[in-house]
Design a protein around this ligand. Sequence first.
Ligand code: UN1
Length: 513
Amino acid sequence: ASQFGMNEALEKLGIKTINEGTSTGLENFSSGEILESYSPVDGKLIASVKMSTPQDYEKVMQAATEAFKSFRLIPAPQRGEIVRQFGQKLRENKEALGKLVSYEMGKSLQEGYGEVQEMIDICDFAVGLSRQLHGLTMHSERPGHRMYEQYHSLGVVGIISAFNFPVAVWSWNTALAWISGDVCVWKPSEKTPLCGIACQNIIAQVIKENNLPEGISCLINGDYKIGELMTADTRIPLVSATGSTRMGKIVAQTVAGRLGKSLLELGGNNAIIVTPDADIKMTVIGAVFGAVGTAGQRCTSTRRLIIHESIYDKVKDALVAAYKQLRIGNPLDENNHVGPLIDTHAVEMYSASLKKVIDEGGNVLVEGGVLSGEGYESGCYVKPAIAEAKNSYAIVQHETFAPVLYLIKYSGDVDNAIEIQNGVGQGLSSAIMTNNLREAERFLSVVGSDCGIANVNIGTSGAEIGGAFGGEKETGGGRESGSDAWKIYMRRQTNTINYTTSLPLAQGIKFDL
Ligand code: UN1
């Protein structure tokens, strides 16, 4: 149950009517134009943010590069202690921040809290990791030589994040970057700037309390133009970008042009394969949450269901019945299942996709549509839709960030379903619903799913932070969060030490003077 209202949440997070959009950690300023943040929940103006100018950006970069010089000297376990305190602050602010996420972005309150929980989880993970930034030792081929590798701090990490996970994606990057001794400059989505301000206000407390170099966490706000300054900036060795494949290609090319590193988390076109051996009840829950959760705006949202012909009608009927139960409305009201899309532009894309699937020959099973009237004043609420389609349709090949689910029938064995599942440009998340061991293992094998995430008897969304998160092909190949994703935030150095009085050369090469 809710402890306090939205105004108290905003106050607790330090959100003012007009906020300075640039921060060097402790100092907040901005000389750019005003960016207004309207809630998709009720269409009201929440607050404004002053955008960053190129001059503001320059100040930020100076603070960040300066902070890096001293931050990298703090031992990694002590940097872990900073991240532990950050996680603690997030626990204290979980309700307020979860509410803001729900109100500014439009996802359900439960999912808003869930997102803050992901932030807390990655902090805990990073704290432990701060004592485990292990390199290997190797046996040298030369006598009296020792060879090993170590991981050093990398520098300034640029973070470009999307509106759909307006706080968690930042923390997946920062928690690992900070224990690695890196400093961060963040450009949140211009659709969710207040979430950025709120996060920055939380970390600023930790910076202050620990007397840290303020530039370890910097914030800039604005559109793609300010982001372009980061991608082109040789002072930023790593740019981590989450968003559309279109955006990712531009970022990747610019960063590659200066031989920087990029970590890309781009579009998905995620499918669940439903085989004759699937548990139908679990399938329906997994598919419906995957398709309509976050109003279909997760990069892991379920977009396609690939169903065996023998159970096709059964699954279809169960889904149609489940969709009838869905309550669409204010996401802050926990009785509702589906909240709004982010803005009216997203609503237009949704409407266009429904028209397109019909034009291409699809058969609509659950009618979509834009809702109006009381409670829907923002114009951002839409009905989740289901259409029967072919995998080859252009619209099915394309990621539409909305609750539109395509049903695709397959026949024969699971290899046919896998071929359809892999038959798209993107490669983020995938799932199979089956109690058949052979099918499940086939799906997970080298000839199975080509995605970065492949689940058995789980939907496509809702990944835990402990695993590496990301995907192949047009998803961009990056991995964030758990496993050894930390390695991209550090630079690896191979060290060979000779403790003899002679200088033997590797590969047995003779060179006498
Ligand atoms: C995203 O949609 O950008 O797996 C990330 C999930 C979440 C993360 C999604 N843990 O649904």
